[in-house]
Ligand binder design. Sequence first.
Ligand code: CUA
Length: 350
Amino acid sequence: MMPPSTSRRLAAWSAASIATWPALAAATELGAHHALHAAGPQAQHIAHLWDLMLAVCGVVFAAVLVALLYAMWRSRRAEELPATPDLSSLDSEESPLLRSVVWATGISTVLLVALIAASIYTDRALARLPVQDAVHIEVTAHQWWWEARYDNEDLSKVFTTANELHVPVGKPVILSLKADDVIHSFWVPNLAGKKDLIPGRSATLKLRADHAGVYRGQCAEFCGYQHALMAFSVVADEPQAYTAWLAAQEQPAKEPQDKTTQRGKQVFMRGNCAMCHAIQGTDALAMHAPDLTHIASRKSLAAGTLQNNEDNLRRWIIDPNGVKPGANMPPTQLPEEDLRALVAYLRSLT
Ligand code: CUA
């Protein structure tokens, strides 16, 4: 037996954990992250399947425990047993023991088949999401960030962003998923189930957000050192807000308006930055790293690792590996004036 103080502490700790868990889940920087708080039909189907499995498995577990306790209570004490064991019941064809085993096997089989049927039904329901007029986004996973390309028939309106997807409320979205290096997995629990991104292959995930909000996504397949810091957010906007966001993202980057930001742009173009990043409307067009055309409009830096503010941007530029060990971005050493100008320029790219 556990000493009473330990068990009381354990109970208090469990109660505290259970009480703070939803609060923690709701309070993350990148939005809600909860598979059972469905914000769309796909996550709803999965949550229903979970509820059913939890109920069935819970009842079976309780029944097994009751049977076990009953058997323990009924069994005779050692001192009551006769010297020679009574094996007569084994010879009778219809022993109560045999009957119980047949019943238990039958019930287990029926329940397992029912759960398989429910899984197949859920899978079918997920595939049935209507996708007329769907928004099409191509998502590519990299170690350790997400690239999102918004398709458009008008090629001049195609744009690329990183680590933050916007989707319109009530409209289906088709995501084409690709990986650039190793296997990753795209998972926004409030909106849909997981889908792997495999190098050399293309996968598709369909989802719809029915409630406006910000939902946190996370890479769900171990992909190296910073797998845990490979997050993103999906912002479900009301149609008007979505159209406004789209219109802003389709624009090239804002031209710097003052001396500091003009100097910042020069620092960007002549330094290391332009060798990997793109800023549309400028000479920086490299695609090895996140597109920074509208970096100031995003909530986070480094794939959900840092809140997007001035101090963190500066920290990220100077020492990426201090923030995210193993990140492919090299550190940038700049005179203080240049660094301040560069940060000001990037902060102006809304
Ligand atoms: Cu990407 Cu884990």
